[in-house]
Design a protein around this ligand. Structure first.
Ligand code: NAP
Ligand code: GCO
Length: 266
């Protein structure tokens, strides 16, 4: 083993939904390891915001306005990246949404929208980058799964279905394209303090902690929410030659939630 196996110099990374949150944290990590960062977001103003954030962090990034559910738009974006920056060596399928609605109250349209962003879009983006990865002779795909790839809970039926499907899409890309030296793995974050989970951490009107906040801290051996930056090094590992023998793996970065029955209430 050589330490340069963990470097990403000369590699182009595409991080979907990379304006903030987990995507941004992972992109910063990939940049620190030498990768050139490209990212997309739906809203032009968020792409501008993201570019400013990357610049403030000393990272020359390339931003693209793209709805990852729109296959022609994704194909066009990947072609532009290949022309303007280079072939995508590393794809991080990070963009995602969640709708917390009791299943029998959830509309089919809402269910379909979550599936579209969290499962169909990773398929669309992987399909867009794999042909050039095959030509280049290598590629890395990192899907962002979830605790809900393994566990269910009230109100997140669509999200859990999508993230469970994303786990198997990860394994199938590994199976179908591993022979072309393409490694497709996933990161399964635990509970991360980002805008997506902000509603679960909000202080109650009486100033007390949100019940879910206390619940998650009791379910995590370290007794805390994780930070998005704690996902960066695992992502660098899966994006680098250091993980060339790892394929179809879901790397849970969850602080031990999946291993722990939970702290007994006082
Ligand atoms: P977030 O703060 O909501 O950020 C999601 C990003 O994805 C935003 O930039 C969002 O852009 C973008 N996005 C959403 N739909 C898109 C689309 N159709 N096309 C392009 N971009 C789109 O979420 P996060 O907490 O960072 O989570 C990122 C990923 O990690 C998601 O896949 C999530 O399911 C997963 N995850 C999160 C946690 C957690 O605890 N936070 C744990 C496990 C897994 P807009 O702002 O324009 O919507
Ligand atoms: C929720 C949370 C989770 C996290 C994450 C956990 O409502 O339970 O949003 O789904 O986002 O996916 O790994």
């Amino acid at each position: 083993m050589k330490m340069e196996d963990f470097r990403l110099d000369g590699k182009v990374a595409l991080v979907t939904g990379g304006t903030y949150g987990i995507g941004y944290a992972i992109a910063k990590g990939l940049a620190a390891a030498g990768a050139t960062i490209t990212f997309c977001d739906i809203k032009p103003e968020l792409v501008e915001k993201g570019l400013a954030s990357y610049k403030a962090d000393g990272i020359k990034a390339y931003g693209y306005v793209c709805n990852v559910c729109d296959e022609p738009a994704v194909q066009e974006m990947v072609a532009k990246i290949e022309k303007e920056v280079g072939v995508v060596d590393i794809l991080v399928n990070n963009a995602g949404i969640i709708k917390r609605i009791p299943m029998i109250e959830m509309s089919a349209a809402d269910f379909r929208q979550v599936i579209d962003v969290d499962l169909n879009a990773p398929f669309i983006c992987a399909k867009a980058v794999i042909p050039s990865m095959i030509k280049k002779g290598h590629g890395k795909i990192i899907n962002i799964c979830s605790m809900m790839s393994e566990l269910g809970r009230e109100t997140v039926s669509a999200y859990a279905a999508a993230k469970g499907g994303l786990k198997m899409l990860t394994r199938n890309i590994c199976s179908e394209y591993g022979g072309y030296n393409i490694q497709c793995n996933a990161i399964g974050p635990g509970y991360i303090a980002t805008p997506q989970t902000a509603p679960l951490r909000e202080r109650q009107p009486d100033g007390s902690r949100h019940p879910f906040d206390s619940f998650i801290c009791a379910k995590t051996p370290a007794g805390r929410w994780l930070e998005a930056d704690e996902l960066a090094a695992p992502a660098v590992f899966l994006a680098s030659d250091a993980s060339n023998a790892v394929n179809g793996h879901i790397l849970y970065v969850d602080g031990g939630i999946l291993a722990y029955i939970g702290k007994q209430p006082n």
